[in-house]
Ligand binder design. Structure first.
Ligand code: SF4
Ligand code: FES
Length: 262
């Protein structure tokens, strides 16, 4: 069963799940050390230990649920889909940005404690929750929507070849989780850099043959806080849970800026 050193466990809740011991499948007692912060109580974040019994096929999100539902309901984190689609549960797990819902326990070294903390570079609100507004402000700034000067013929679609669609296929996969931007050392320094995710989403429209505002976006990104701040550290590519080649997309936007058009 779950145990917790610092806070008394609440009464059993209706959400309490079946314990691993009831199933006959091997389970493991794993220590999670979570960086907690309650702005109403704490002056500084503090690390708190939790021992959680889990299966190898459980995910870090399952551990967070068990802690919240069975041990301390005040643990705060975001999640929605639980299947790697909504992008709401990016966090640092053992020092690496990942989605809690896509990180399997069997892929972590459970002989040591697992450290979990909020992503870096964005204002910490509570526990694992950061203020995403600066991230979304950069995203909005690159105009991440189709801007077309012409109107398609009545009843017709805007036609695009398979080859033209493939040019930006990779960057359509972004789920705006911020794992890339919040793993970028340039973004950490002052938070002014547009960041990889905004550039990925600009790329998605800059190279779309149906769009007519590529030059506007290139102009926006040819800024002192734009693509030239990228130092090609590849942290973003390593962090992306969708496998997007983020650094490559940034390089393609840089080349388009130099060419003067998409
Ligand atoms: S590019 Fe990848 S890591 Fe960055 S916001 Fe999109 S899905 Fe997340
Ligand atoms: S909860 Fe939606 S991506 Fe993890």
């Amino acid at each position: 069963m779950t145990s917790f050193a610092a806070v008394d466990a609440p009464e059993t809740s209706a959400q309490e799940s079946e314990t691993p011991a009831d199933t006959g499948i091997q389970s493991f007692l794993i220590t999670f050390i979570i960086r907690r912060f309650d702005p109403e109580v704490d002056e500084e974040p503090r690390w708190v230990d939790y021992d959680v019994e889990l299966y190898a096929t459980d995910r870090v999100l399952d551990a967070l649920h068990k802690i919240k539902w069975e041990v301390d309901g005040s643990l705060t984190f975001r999640r929605s889909c639980a299947h790697g689609i909504c992008g709401s549960d990016a966090m640092r797990i053992n020092g690496r940005n990942r989605l809690a819902c896509k990180t399997l326990i069997k892929d972590l070294d459970i002989s040591k404690p697992i450290y979990v903390e909020a992503i870096k570079g964005l204002p910490l609100e509570k526990d694992l929750v950061v203020d995403m507004e600066p991230f979304f402000a950069s995203f909005r700034e690159v105009q991440p929507f189709l801007i077309a000067n012409s109107t398609p013929e009545k009843g017709k679609e805007r036609v695009q070849t398979i080859a033209d669609r493939e040019i930006f296929d990779d960057t359509t996969k972004c789920i705006l989780c911020a794992a890339c931007t919040s793993s970028c050392p340039v973004f950490w320094t002052d938070g002014q850099y547009f960041g990889p995710a905004a550039i990925v989403n600009a790329h998605r429209f800059i190279f779309d043959s149906r769009d007519d505002a590529g030059d506007v976006r290139l102009d926006i990104l040819n800024d002192k806080e734009g693509v030239w701040r990228c130092r090609t550290t590849f942290n973003c590519t390593e962090a992306c849970p969708r496998g997007i080649e983020v650094t490559k997309a940034i390089a393609e936007v840089k080349q388009a800026v130099l060419r003067g058009k998409a």
